[in-house]
Ligand binder design. Structure first.
Ligand SMILES: Nc1ncnc2c1ncn2[C@@H]1O[C@H](COP(=O)(O)OP(=O)(O)OP(=O)(O)O)[C@@H](O)[C@H]1O
Length: 221
């Protein structure tokens, strides 16, 4: 599903973000990615989604060697990856329905299909009935769940989350992680970048640790 072979990333400023990183995330696996601020977590996720490209090494995602993807192939490649952000990146002037429907509209689904899938995604995150609300009318945890519904509405095989619980209290954080578990149970691969060691400790998943751009060898439960 994801394979990094000796991957390094140096930004044009000269800043080294990742150095010779090797790791693999298998199909259907769920893992945490952790490390101090500036360790390279966001950069690693950006290499997977081809927001950034590696300076050296090989990144393979869903059987694609991403270095070989042409710029115009990237949007198609990304359809199979759901992305969740700490600050949810919702369109604040659009309803919950419109926010969640966005990936399907871009992909050209029919309105009938869109309604069915959006309803299913909102049901899964416990927001059924809130389609017409604007994000401003929702709590922080609810907004985050709208972001999750949007990320999974087109049933991607891989879900990436960058500090998805950063602004949430422990109870809400746990609720969000339980949602990831539900998605993982139906076969979605999930990689969650987080600082929240307390959260990691409470879950029994593999943990990948970055330190100053290097992946530490020992993986622990
Ligand atoms: N666009 C960029 N241009 C130059 N340097 C960058 C850029 N993005 C990140 N960096 C640098 O690369 C290093 C890794 O940053 P990255 O955002 O991947 O870390 P992180 O582990 O996600 O940190 P945080 O937990 O604080 O979000 C840092 O030194 C950062 O300053």
């Amino acid at each position: 599903m994801i394979e990094f072979e000796q991957v390094s990333k140096v930004y044009p400023s000269g800043q080294k973000a990742l150095t010779q990183v090797d790791f693999a995330l298998g199909s259907g696996e769920m893992a945490f990615l952790t490390g101090h601020s500036g360790a390279g977590k966001s950069t690693l996720l950006k290499l997977i989604t081809v927001i950034e490209r590696a300076s050296a090494g090989r990144v393979i995602v869903n059987d694609y060697d991403v270095a070989k993807l042409k710029r115009k192939q990237v949007p198609y490649f990304r359809r199979n990856i759901g992305m969740i952000f700490q600050d949810h990146h919702l369109l604040m002037d659009k309803s919950v329905f419109d926010n969640v429907a966005l990936p399907l509209i871009i992909e050209g689904y029919s309105m009938g299909d869109i309604k069915k899938r959006v309803a299913g995604a909102l049901d899964m995150v416990g927001l059924f009935g809130k389609e017409k609300h604007l994000p401003i009318m929702l709590s922080g945890g609810e907004r985050q769940r709208v972001g999750i519904a949007r990320a999974v509405v087109n049933k991607p095989s891989l879900l990436l989350a960058d500090e998805p619980t950063g602004n949430l209290d422990p109870k809400l954080s746990m609720d969000i992680l339980k949602l990831f578990e539900i998605l993982n149970d139906v076969g979605t691969s999930v990689l969650i970048a987080t600082h929240d060691l307390g959260l990691i400790a409470r879950m029994k998943y593999r943990t990948l640790t970055l330190k100053q751009g290097r992946m530490l060898g020992g993986e622990h439960d």
